[in-house]
Design a protein around this ligand. Structure first.
Ligand code: GTP
Ligand code: MG
Length: 208
């Protein structure tokens, strides 16, 4: 771990939207993907991480994000180093009202992405900190883990419960997903930026 190194996002910009592999942006930048149930707070977390209020569209209506959205993000490391990566916002899963066909297509292109993106280095699976993992979350975790890419569980909306409850719920999630000790669930609040430094540190590990 690099305990004291300064990390921050200095630039983040929308680059491309894609459904199938031939539409992915070209290049060899590593990728960090974000996935979770609809309305879990993915877009909010991305905006918080990038300190960019309008980067990913936020909505109280679930199912807003229906493509893979690629953002180019520059991570400033210490005084003079810069590491660029693609942040990939994946569509939410498990939202019943979108219709069965749309949902099936989502999972097909998410699956294709997991198999075809050789640049994908880390997947952040977002779970609402207030609830135990649902069946669809456990299924998603299993499927993502099968890709062999590290999966970081991020427990969202941490500001909605007390600090004591945050610790307890994060432990329950880590146990529920049977997470290894070195990759326990990370509590995050997009409104307070809690967990931001820790998540930047986890992302920085992909460059080592
Ligand atoms: P889809 O793109 O529709 O799948 O949703 P999403 O996962 O991107 O969720 P989004 O960021 O749009 O947030 C959904 C709702 O939760 C919005 O009303 C947000 O304001 C709220 N929200 C997201 N993150 C937080 C958080 O950390 N704290 C609080 N209090 N509210 C949050
Ligand atoms: Mg979204």
């Amino acid at each position: 771990m690099s305990d004291s190194i300064f990390l921050d996002v200095i630039n983040a910009k929308y680059t491309a939207s894609a459904v199938w592999a031939d539409q992915y942006p070209v290049g060899d930048m590593p990728e960090v993907a974000f996935i979770g149930r609809s309305n879990v707070g993915k877009s909010s977390l991305i905006n918080s991480l990038c300190r960019h209020g309008g980067l990913a569209r936020i909505s109280s209506t679930p199912g807003k994000t229906q493509t893979l959205n690629f953002y180019t993000v520059s991570l400033k490391v210490g005084e003079d180093q810069r590491n660029d990566f693609f942040l990939v916002d994946l569509p939410g899963y498990g939202y019943a009202k979108v219709g069965r066909q749309a949902r099936q297509q989502w999972s097909r292109f998410i699956d294709e992405y997991l198999v075809k993106s050789s640049r994908l280095k880390l997947i952040c699976l977002l779970i609402d900190i207030r609830h135990p993992p649902m069946e669809s979350d456990l299924l998603a975790f299993r499927r993502l883990s099968q890709s062999g890419i590290p999966v970081q569980v991020v427990a969202t909306k941490a500001d909605k419960i007390t600090r004591m409850a945050v610790i307890k719920q994060a432990e329950l999630l880590s146990a529920g997903f049977e997470l290894p000790l070195e990759r326990q669930a990370l509590a995050y609040s997009a409104t307070k930026n809690t967990g931001r430094d820790a998540l930047l540190e986890i992302i920085y590990q992909i460059f080592k």
